[in-house]
Design a protein around this ligand. Structure first.
Ligand code: 0WE
Length: 253
């Protein structure tokens, strides 16, 4: 489905990352990949993943730094000349923003950081790579139900994901005339490094497995396969869309 496509994947922390599942699926579907890592602590783990996938392009990228994002675009231009797919699977809010009463606990700085890392950085990647995006390119980001419903403790991240979903629509509108499609996957609850520290997360996983229409939790393979489809030419008519890959959890009242 992705033979000959050049894909940049941002957001791998380890082999449980959703970005890792997407990289794995896109590799199986024939794409050539470039991966990024946040800092030296993450570098070795991302390099290990790259080795497994036979990837030679591994670049540093802190999404809060414009110069690092520009450097990624420069490297892609040098190595590939163009890019067909960009996957953005990174989010962050300070831990104190992900618990208790939203209004009591929100801070100006927590709100700013959450929106900068989790929403603006997707646009920043698109902006830096704009001149090297191919005629049939596709951008993809990861969202969560907390963007459109109130999920206990998700709080500031929910507001940032709502911004990200609006961002998908504005980016799709702005980039469509040049042939670039922009979509998001709203994934069900998956155990990753990002969710490991969250209070009651295990209870959420157990509850989800009991009540979702498909009676199970979402897997990395399911998100990876939908990501591959959305970024392939099979999805040439789909842009500005938020696709739920959550065993149907979002339809429950
Ligand atoms: O988007 C997310 C989590 C993203 C995330 C996770 C952390 C943990 C460590 C962003 N920032 C941080 N900051 C940290 O310091 N998810 C969809 C997973 C998630 O997170 C929740 C959830 C779910 C589901 C937080 C509260 C309630 C539910």
């Amino acid at each position: 489905m992705l033979k000959g496509k050049k894909a940049l994947i941002v957001g791998i922390a380890n082999e449980r990352s959703i970005a890792y599942g997407i990289a794995h699926a896109m590799r199986l579907h024939g794409a050539d990949l470039a991966l990024t890592y946040l800092n030296e602590k993450m570098q070795s783990r991302v390099e290990k993943a790259a080795q497994q996938f036979g990837i030679e392009l591994v670049l540093p990228c802190d999404l809060t730094k414009d110069d690092q994002i520009d450097a990624v675009a420069e490297s892609l231009k040098k190595h590939w000349g163009h890019v067909d797919i960009i996957v953005h699977a990174a989010a962050f809010a300070p831990a104190d923003q992900l618990q208790g009463n939203y209004v009591s606990n929100v801070t100006r700085e927590g709100f700013r950081v959450a929106h900068d890392v989790s929403s603006y950085s997707f646009t920043a990647l698109a902006k830096s790579c704009e001149s090297i995006l191919s005629k049939q390119s596709a951008l993809l980001t990861l969202s969560y139900l907390g963007a459109v419903r109130c999920v206990s403790n998700y709080n500031t991240m929910g507001v940032a994901k709502a911004s990200l979903e609006a961002n998908v629509r504005y980016m799709a509108h702005a980039m469509g005339p040049k042939g670039t499609r922009v979509n998001a996957i709203s994934a069900g609850t998956i155990k990753t490094l990002a969710s490991s520290g969250i209070k009651d997360f295990k209870t959420m996983l157990v509850h989800n497995a009991e009540v979702t229409p498909l009676r199970r939790n979402t897997t990395l393979e399911e998100v990876g396969n939908t990501a591959s489809f959305l970024c392939s030419d099979m999805a040439s008519g789909i842009t500005g869309e938020i696709v739920y890959v959550d065993s149907g959890y979002h339809l429950i009242g």
